[in-house]
Design a protein around this ligand. Sequence first.
Ligand code: SF4
Ligand code: SF4
Length: 255
Amino acid sequence: MSKSTNMKPRVAFFDFTGCEGDQLQVINLEEKLLELVEIVEIASFREASSAHSDDYDIAFVEGSATTPHDAERLEEIRENATTVVALGSCATIAGINAIRNSQDFEAVKERVYGGEGDLFESWSEAKPIGAVIDVDYEIPGCPIDRQEFLRVLTDLVRGREPKMVNYPVCLECKLNENTCAYLRDDICLGPVTRGGCNSICVNGGTRCWGCRGLVKNPNENAACDVLEEHGLTTDEVMNFYNLYFGWQRTEEVVQ
Ligand code: SF4
Ligand code: SF4
């Protein structure tokens, strides 16, 4: 994994458009962080250290790409890194940044910047980083699950292929013996959302909002029918879907 075989792999973290909550999750590993630095060397991690080096093997990239400058930075990262891992919803599926993709761009700029919108160079769409450069692996979630991050990083260091969960949140929710949100007269995107979070939101008494993105081959029509059966109009269903699925629903292939 390391460019130099006798050395620990060098890891760098980068942030684009997002709240940096995923890097915070890494910092929140606390005592596990000490185990982490035994197997990797940190080359760059702005949230934790002012040190920076362009010599790294694994790049974790958080946030969506939204500007031409982001594309240049991402290409540089791709060139430097052996392995690029997209970190969190904004990086893997454009996350809530993609809400703007279905809106009038000029109106969005006006709302955010008033009359100054033209001072900021920006694409009309927020993109996941996989739409700009090749990405080797993805860790979904808003924010990421700390254990999943550790598992992926350990796999990479040990030379194993990290596996991505590909079953819906409902499966974990049932294993956790939760009362289904629909039986509580609530609504939930668990049937079409990629699991791996241990259905944490439903365990806590709320619903799945879809932050880990669409599971492969979701039955969206059936899910929309269920939402409508529970009294949502088509517009409301689409708003619910667009919270996290805005980018994926415009793609032909859901990975
Ligand atoms: S609460 Fe949501 S995730 Fe859980 S079983 Fe019902 S639909 Fe699925
Ligand atoms: S339950 Fe849904 S919204 Fe909550 S963390 Fe899991 S995928 Fe995200």
